[in-house]
Design a protein around this ligand. Structure first.
Ligand code: UDP
Ligand code: MG
Length: 137
């Protein structure tokens, strides 16, 4: 089924000038970019987005990393988009990511791993709503 997922290029990826290269990997893999925008996350937005992690020991570092500069957020469409995007992105820890994945190629470590992608259809839906509140399916 054609579905939508949500991704963002994290501040490390934007700072390093990797945005175009990363987006190209999506379009080369037949994802269609439906909406795209640059924004800088506030603490409030980060707390909502990373709600499942706010009490974890790594959260203070994650919060300062993810709010330190602009991100590029996008809605991507493809057959089986949620799963396909997670495959293209690769494992959370770049050292454990498969060859050919974005995190394997560009990620520095488990924190600075250049990109986020929704992990389920349910989170894709809520993350799209959160980042693109004006977007109506
Ligand atoms: N993260 C971190 N330290 C950890 C685990 C996660 O800094 O030990 C960060 C990392 O940027 C990761 C994000 O928190 O991408 C969300 O973690 P999750 O386990 O949900 O990984 P993801 O879904 O991004 O692969
Ligand atoms: Mg996750």
């Amino acid at each position: 089924m054609v579905e939508q997922t949500f991704i963002f290029i994290k501040p490390d990826g934007v700072e390093r000038g990797l945005s175009e290269t990363i987006l190209q990997k999506f379009t080369d893999n037949n994802f269609k970019i439906l909406h795209i925008k640059e924004l800088t996350l506030t603490k409030e937005m980060a707390d909502i987005h990373y709600n499942e992690h706010v009490d974890k020991p790594f959260y203070p570092d994650l919060l300062s990393f993810i709010t330190r500069g602009p991100i590029i957020a996008a809605i991507m469409e493809k057959e089986n988009a949620v799963e396909e995007a997670r495959v293209l992105v690769g494992a959370t820890n770049p050292a454990e990511a498969e060859e050919g994945t974005i995190r394997k190629e560009f990620g520095k470590n488990t924190g600075e791993n250049v990109i986020h992608a929704s992990d389920s259809e349910k989170s894709a839906e809520s993350e799209i709503q959160h980042f693109f509140p004006d977007y109506v399916t």
